[in-house]
Design a protein around this ligand. Structure first.
Ligand SMILES: *Cc1c(COP(=O)(O)O)cnc(C)c1O
Length: 468
C-alpha cells in the first residue's frame, strides 16, 4: 500500500515511511492511495474473534509490505494485551438498540490509547529494524499527550516532547503527562490555547532544516497510523452487533476529526454505516459547517470537555481530499484560502456528500451536565463529559430505530471527576494502576507561544546520541 499527500506535492511513501513522516513535506496529510474493502462475508467472519484478531484483519491491508506478516501479528497482539478489559472495547446497552462502546480501558483511560499503543509498538519495530532514532513532538488538548507519552516512555530510539495549553487541561490529564519518570519524556506547558500548540507543531514540521536536524516525527492525529488504529473498533462493534448486511450508526464526540474520520474510512471499506453523528461541544466549527456549508474559524471556548476545545480540525483535510475528488492542488488552494480568510465554503454538491455521511450535533456545558445526570439515573453508567456529548448525540439522531446506534465513550469518568461529581454526586474512582497519580511529583517546563523558544528547548534536551 502506498500513501499520497492530500496536497499532491510530497513524495509517495510506503506505510512505514508515512508513519515516520507524520505530516507530509508539502504541508498535507498522508492518505492511502486507494481504499481496501471488506465484503459482508469478511465482516461476518470477525464475529466472535478477539479484539487483536479483528485489529489484525482490518488493518493488515494498510500495512502492505512495510512489515512482515508474523511481525505485524505479534505487534498487534502485544498492543491489545496491555488493555485492562478482556473485551478491550466492551459494549453496554443504554436503551433499546442504543449502545455505548467503552474506549477507555487502555493505560491512560482515553480512546487515544487504542491507536497510540499500536503506534508506539510500530515505531519501536520500524526504528529498531533500521537502527534509527527520532524526536517526536506532539500537541495535545489533554488526552493525546499522555497517550503518546505512555506509548513512547523509556524507548531508546525516541525522545518525546509534548506541548499542551498551560492551565487548560484537567489535573488528571496534566499529571498523566508530568508525573512520568522517564528521561526521554518532556512535557511543555505553552502559554496559549490548544490551537496555538497545534500551530507551533505545524511550524516545527514546516521548518525543513530543524525537521532534519532533530529527525522530527509526529504522533498527533495527523499521523496516518493513528487513524489506522481507530478504524478497528467500528468493525468490532459491527461484528458484535451482527451488522454486516444490516446497517449500524455511530455517534462520535469530535474535536480534531480523527476518530470520526476513522469511522468514515470504515464506511469506505464497506462497513454498512448509515450515518455518523458528529457530536461537538460549544466549539462547534464542524457542526456549523454541516448546518451552513461554510467552515468558519471562531474563538476557542474552554469547556468541560477540553479534548474537544478546538476550532481547526486538522483531519478534516483528509475528508476534504475525497470531497475534492482527490485533487491535491485544489485541496492546497482551499486550505491556503482557509488560512488567509478563516473561511472555507463547500460547494452544494460537496455539502450534500458530507451530509450523506455526517449528522451534526452540538451540546454546551449545561447540556453536558444534564446528560451525565440523566444517563446515570436511567442506567447507572457514569459518563465523562466527552462521552456524554456522544451519548446525547446518539439519542438525538437515532434515525431508523431498527438500526443499532453506538455512542463512543472516549474517556473514563475518573479523568474528569469534577464534572461527574457535579452532575451525579458520585465520585468516579481511578483504576488501581493510577491510584497514586495525585501525589506523585510533577516535572514540566512553561514556555511562551514562540517557535524559537520551543526549538531551543528541544535542542537542549535531546538525549546524548541523538542526531546532532
Ligand atoms: C481526543 C478526544 C476527543 C476528540 O477526538 P478527535 O479525534 O480529536 O475528534 C474526544 N474525546 C476525548 C476524551 C478525547 O481525548
Amino acid at each position: 500500500m502506498r500513501y499520497i499527500s492530500t496536497r499532491g506535492a510530497a513524495p509517495t511513501l510506503d506505510f512505514a515511511d508515512a508513519m515516520l513522516a507524520g505530516l507530509a513535506r508539502d504541508g498535507g496529510l498522508y492518505v492511502p492511495e486507494s481504499w481496501p474493502t471488506m465484503g459482508a462475508d469478511e465482516i461476518a467472519a470477525l464475529a466472535g474473534r478477539d479484539y487483536a484478531e479483528i485489529a489484525y484483519r482490518v488493518t493488515r491491508p494498510f500495512v502492505g509490505d512495510a512489515i512482515g506478516e508474523a511481525d505485524y501479528r505479534a505487534i498487534v497482539e502485544r498492543t491489545y494485551a496491555a488493555f485492562d478489559h478482556a473485551a478491550v472495547a466492551p459494549l453496554k446497552a443504554l436503551a433499546p438498540n442504543h449502545w455505548v462502546m467503552e474506549l477507555f480501558h487502555g493505560p491512560t483511560l482515553a480512546f487515544k490509547d487504542y491507536a497510540m499503543q499500536l503506534l508506539g509498538n510500530l515505531f519501536n519495530h520500524v526504528l529498531g529494524a533500521r537502527g534509527e532514532r527520532v524526536t517526536i513532538v506532539g500537541a495535545t488538548s489533554g488526552d493525546t499527550g499522555s497517550a503518546a507519552i505512555e506509548a513512547c516512555r523509556g524507548r531508546d530510539a525516541i525522545d518525546i516532547f509534548i506541548l499542551y495549553p498551560n492551565g487548560r487541561v484537567s489535573e488528571v490529564q496534566r499529571r498523566q503527562m508530568t508525573c512520568v519518570d522517564a528521561a526521554n519524556v518532556h512535557a511543555i506547558a505553552i502559554d496559549g490555547t490548544f490551537d496555538d500548540c497545534q500551530a507551533l507543531l505545524k511550524a516545527l514540521f514546516n521548518d525543513g532544516a530543524f525537521r532534519d536536524e532533530v529527525a522530527l516525527s509526529g504522533v498527533n492525529s495527523i499521523n496516518w497510523a493513528r487513524i489506522l488504529g481507530q478504524i478497528v473498533y467500528y468493525f468490532a462493534a459491527a461484528a458484535a452487533l451482527g451488522c454486516w448486511q444490516r446497517q449500524i450508526a455511530f455517534a462520535v464526540p469530535t474535536g480534531n476529526f480523527g476518530n470520526i474520520y476513522a469511522g468514515y474510512v470504515a464506511r469506505r471499506m464497506g462497513l454498512p454505516i448509515s450515518h455518523l453523528v458528529l457530536a461537538t461541544n460549544a466549539n462547534d466549527i464542524l457542526s456549523r459547517l454541516l448546518a451552513t456549508g461554510t467552515m468558519k474559524r471562531g474563538a476557542v471556548h474552554p469547556s468541560l470537555s477540553p479534548s474537544m476545545d478546538i476550532q481547526v480540525a486538522s483531519n478534516f483535510e483528509r475528508f476534504l481530499f475525497d470531497l475534492m475528488e482527490r485533487d491535491g492542488p485544489r485541496v492546497a488552494q482551499q486550505m491556503a484560502g482557509f488560512q488567509d480568510t478563516g473561511e472555507l465554503p463547500l460547494s452544494g454538491d460537496a455539502l450534500d456528500q458530507a451530509r450523506a455521511v455526517f449528522t451534526g450535533f452540538r451540546l454546551d456545558d449545561d447540556g453536558t451536565i444534564e446528560e451525565i445526570s440523566r444517563c446515570f439515573q436511567a442506567t447507572g453508567e457514569l459518563l465523562d463529559p466527552h462521552s456524554a456529548i456522544g451519548v446525547a448525540g446518539g439519542a438525538a439522531h437515532r434515525g431508523d430505530p431498527a438500526v443499532p446506534m453506538v455512542s463512543l465513550a472516549t474517556a473514563h469518568p475518573a479523568k474528569f471527576p469534577e464534572a461527574v461529581e457535579r452532575a451525579t454526586g458520585a465520585t468516579p474512582q481511578l483504576p488501581p494502576h493510577l491510584s497514586d497519580l495525585m501525589t506523585q511529583p510533577e516535572r514540566f517546563e512553561v514556555l511562551p507561544n514562540d517557535l524559537a523558544a520551543v526549538q531551543g528547548f528541544v535542542r537542549a534536551h535531546l538525549a546524548a546520541g541523538a542526531p546532532a
